[in-house]
Design a protein around this ligand. Structure first.
Ligand code: 4AD
Ligand code: MG
Length: 464
């Protein structure tokens, strides 16, 4: 039996006369009056289908080939012939067609018509067989590879930070608890839960960020990065929030906020350039069916400089804008996504790096500025999405950090090791977190974050 050739490879480098076998799923079948059929076969390796010609002479033509429908899985062995049709150079003349699995057209949910993304979410086990979700999966894969390439080429060390942790990185209390307690019968001492009897002997959570552990390694290995799943139990039912999402977090020793921003900008540009040159076919699909500005947006960004303003300047622009926002803006309040989008889409028409936020609205670990009011934080905002990156220079002064932990009502004991890093060989350091799904949303133009991750987890929703 011939080994399997991927359709991407056939369409890229197959030549007339090649004897090959492909395996995949039938997208459509057309029967021609002359006693043959055309099958469109897709194997996920690329957007395009391979056209297969099946002639009446095949031993199973009437018993099987004629009965093939959308969704059936097949192996087709045969010879590549010149394709008279537009678009592809070759098609496959089937000499042997084997059916692996049937798909009853009366019950197979993916029929030729276009389904809504809402409906497709209810069949997350089948949606990767659609053009859109196939393209999302390939771009997601390609960007994952590019992320590693970017950091590896720059000498960063890939660090595996824990999923289960005892600390809350963002100090926001938005964590999922990890326990083996029988919830009907939780051990208590004097009315309060006795975590000493739980699996780890203390409270444990799913991580909201790998940053704190990345800082440990940055302060011994120099430049590190993490790329893994993070979990947030925030009850945000928006098109930009997931309860489980993937984050890329570089952390650099001997680096300040300016160095952090420089890295973030070259990182994003590298990824946009990568997608433009490596995911052409999928990007053309997104450009045609999802967002007609998708490719142009990326092409412009690769050339453009990002705008850079401080939080205080942003508040000024927003209050003087005359816009009526749902959330009014005043110095000291959080910038909401409507404000972020207004700045990127209406004011500057490009990505914006916002820096120097009030310290009250930011996490305890951010380095305090000399003004005593703001911290060396930065958010990168992009059109349509708003915040895509959040980062900062870290507080490296022991006393200041200790005060910040106390001010934030966090426990000094829980952060003893984090404070230790400021006691022994402390050094300026900085890092950021890129939300991987927000990046994918931005690149593909997909409107809802639930459609750029294979199995979305959101409040009230865990069907797969
Ligand atoms: O701004 P955040 O909360 O920053 C941190 O977690 C830092 N510890 C990162 C660091 O400095 N190492 O989150 C970083 C990014 C956001 O800009 C956003 O893109 C994404 O993570 N993000 C989410 N993406 C999807 N769903 C959610 N619920 C998200 N929350 C944050
Ligand atoms: Mg943030």
């Amino acid at each position: 039996m011939l080994p399997r050739t991927r359709i991407a490879q056939v369409l890229q480098s197959g030549v007339v006369g090649d004897k090959i076998a492909v395996m995949g799923w039938v997208r459509t079948k057309r029967d021609s009056k002359g006693g043959f059929s055309f099958l469109e076969v897709n194997d996920g390796s690329c957007m395009s289908n391979l056209q297969v010609i099946a002639e009446k002479g095949l031993p199973n033509y009437e018993s099987e080939v004629m009965k093939l429908q959308t969704g059936c899985s097949v192996r087709v062995s045969g010879t590549l012939v010149a394709s008279p049709g537009k678009g592809q150079k070759v098609e496959l003349k089937g000499e042997e067609i084997h059916v692996y699995g049937w798909a009853d057209p009366d019950t197979y949910p993916l029929q030729k018509k276009r389904h809504s993304f809402e409906f497709l979410r209810t069949i997350a086990h089948l949606r990767p067989r659609t053009n859109t979700f196939g393209a999302v999966a390939r771009v997601r894969n390609s960007l994952s590879h590019a992320i590693h390439t970017f950091f590896q080429e720059r000498g960063f060390l890939y660090l595996h930070t824990p999923i289960i942790t005892g600390s809350d990185c963002e100090g926001a209390g938005e964590m999922f608890r990890v326990t083996t307690f029988d919830l009907q019968n939780v051990p208590r001492t004097d009315g309060s839960v006795d975590y000493g009897k739980d699996f780890f002997g203390s409270p444990a959570n799913l991580t909201v960020s790998g940053q704190l552990e990345a800082e440990i390694y940055a302060l011994s290995m120099g430049d590190v990065y993490t790329f893994g799943p993070t979990f947030r139990a925030e009850n945000s039912n928006t098109s930009r929030h997931l309860a489980e999402f993937w984050m890329v977090e570089p952390e650099m020793a001997f680096c300040d906020l300016d160095g952090d921003i420089e890295l973030a900008k070259s990182f994003l540009k590298f990824l946009f350039r990568h997608v433009l040159s490596n995911c052409r076919e999928d990007m053309e699909f997104f450009n045609k069916f999802i967002d007609s500005t998708a490719i142009k947006t990326l092409e412009d960004l690769v050339e453009q400089d990002f705008e850079h303003i401080t939080y205080t300047e942003a508040v000024d622009i927003l209050t003087r804008s005359g816009e009526s926002f749902e959330f009014p803006v005043k110095w000291g309040t959080d910038i909401q996504s409507e404000h972020e989008r207004y700045l990127c889409e209406k004011v500057f028409r490009k990505p914006v790096v916002l820096t120097d936020f009030p310290r009250e609205i930011k996490a305890f670990y951010m380095k305090c500025n000399e003004d005593g009011k703001t911290v060396r934080a930065m958010d990168v905002l992009v059109p349509r999405i708003g915040e895509i990156i959040g980062g900062s220079q870290r507080e490296d002064d022991y006393e200041t950090l200790r005060r910040r932990i106390e001010e934030s009502n966090l426990s000094l004991e829980a952060y003893w090791w984090y404070l230790d890093l400021r006691k022994f060989g402390s050094a300026p350091h900085a890092g950021f977190g890129l939300g991987f799904e927000r990046l994918l949303q931005f690149v593909t133009g997909m409107a809802n974050i639930r459609d750029v991750i294979p199995f979305p987890r959101t409040p009230g929703n865990l069907s797969f």
